[in-house]
Design a protein around this ligand. Structure first.
Ligand code: AP5
Length: 227
């Protein structure tokens, strides 16, 4: 069973690779960012609390994120394995995760910072199904519209330049220390996250011991299966 954590700066491609791998292996894809954005869109109490932190590019307080993570890991689908995309992001979150479930493999997405800003400014996504596009590297078939849902694509508020700068700083200050934490536990597997989506996917599969197996998506699964 795969119990994976994807670590990396904003725009490194964690969500893109997590969606593909989860679909291909039948894993639960848990993106805390996407769960929080859905809660904000529904205007739930948690969503309203989280929204102001997210818009500013700051981390949502640990206790709020831990609550949403725990309830999702308790879902039956998590028993087949899961990918945590964007969790943990602080040492207290990593320590709390140790108490909830064992994690074997932590993938660190390594990429020059100059590429991140380019990727984020070109990112648009579907508010209905969560599919992520990129105007430069993965444009929708019809400009401005989701290929699956036909919904008008949106640009995330936290992909504006000021919020991106804050997110990068927050990553370096609060999340990057987790690289040492998992390195010391012998669970860290860095991969080169530059290059196209297919090459990064091949490196990812090698890192988790699936070298040689092809990434054939299952027709039944959807990119938002875990959300
Ligand atoms: P979250 O949604 O997790 O954002 P993030 O970690 O900043 O990561 P991104 O979603 O921006 O990037 P990604 O690495 O997934 O890249 P993607 O695949 O989309 O979190 C958002 C906010 O929620 C946080 O700031 C915080 O406020 C809150 N939050 C979430 N989790 C939290 C936690 N645990 N604790 C506290 N707060 C939390 O790719 C980016 C673009 O590049 C796309 O357009 C894509 O198409 C394109 N692309 C991807 N791969 C490639 C490639 N190989 N080549 C070319 N283009 C590519």
């Amino acid at each position: 069973m795969h119990r994976l954590v994807f670590l990396g700066p904003p725009g490194a491609g964690k969500g893109t690779q997590a969606a593909e791998l989860a679909t291909s292996l039948g894993l639960l894809h848990l993106s805390t960012g996407q769960l929080l954005r859905s809660a904000a869109a529904e205007k739930s109490r948690l969503g309203l609390q989280a929204d102001r932190y997210m818009r500013a590019g700051q981390l949502v307080p640990d206790e709020l994120v831990l609550g949403i993570l725990k309830s999702n890991l308790a879902r039956p689908k998590a028993r087949a394995g899961f990918i945590l995309d964007g969790f943990p992001r602080t040492l207290p979150q990593a320590e709390a995760l140790e108490q909830i479930t064992p994690i074997e493999t932590v993938i660190s997405f390594e990429i020059p910072e100059s590429m991140l800003v380019e990727r984020l400014t070109q990112r648009w996504s579907c508010p209905a199904c969560g599919t992520v596009y990129n105007l430069a590297t993965k444009p929708p078939r019809t400009p401005g519209q989701c290929d699956r849902e036909g919904a008008a694509l949106v640009h995330r508020a936290d992909d504006e330049p000021a919020a991106v700068r804050t997110r990068l700083k927050v990553y370096h200050d609060q999340t990057a220390p987790l690289l040492d934490y998992y390195q010391r536990k012998g669970r860290l597997h860095p991969i080169d996250a530059s290059g196209d989506v297919a090459s990064v996917g091949r490196r990812l599969r090698e890192a988790i011991g699936l070298a040689g197996s092809s990434a054939v998506p299952s027709a039944a699964a959807s990119p938002t299966q875990g959300l």
